[in-house]
Design a protein around this ligand. Sequence first.
Ligand SMILES: *Cc1c(COP(=O)(O)O)cnc(C)c1O
Length: 219
Amino acid sequence: MSSNIINNFLSIQQNIKDHSQDSSPEIVAVSKTFTIEHIKPLIDHGHVHFGENKLQEALFKWSEFKKKNENLKLHMIGKLQSNKAKKAIRLFDYIHSLDNVKLADILNSEEKKTSIKLKYFIQVNLGSEKQKSGVLVEEIDEFYNYCKKSTELDIIGLMSIPPEGEDPEKYFKILNEIGVKLKLKELSMGMSSDYVKALKYNSTFLRIGSSIFGSRSIK
Ligand SMILES: *Cc1c(COP(=O)(O)O)cnc(C)c1O
């Protein structure tokens, strides 16, 4: 089992090398639903970036472990409720799902109180899907300007999950264009099924779960 995970990881790394020009994007190994025991081989291999989509699960799984392994970088890639911001900044290093003013304000004031500094991606709802999180494309300028003017959050880039069942490529292209326009260098896009396509549009953080750890029984 453990050698499977490492082999999967190595072949993804090779694939990335073969498909990216001169950049070397980070792999955020999405470990949601898997236990530390399952993830451990990749940690022992020396990988440091891991992603989770639920705060409760991440706290339970990683809190103690991270205290002993301070080099680990944890990424919150799922929806973050503003009433959980306080706990989130104490565990995570990156939040990929910043998408509203209230959340930005609370994160900002918690950071100030604690002197903790995270790195943030603004999540963009590229498909304008009602059920999805993220700032709408037409509201992104305004939201980013608000964050710059009224908070001290370190916003490093944009994140998106393209609509299901559509070719993700056009969405990766749009996210890249918005990033260029806003001069935001980092792009969190690409998952197990489409990371090679995301590389074409300069993704810098690939969020890859099942191709590394195997399929999940629950979402
Ligand atoms: C689960 C998840 C991923 C990883 O998906 P895989 O298809 O397993 O690679 C990436 N991003 C987000 C936001 C997720 O929730």
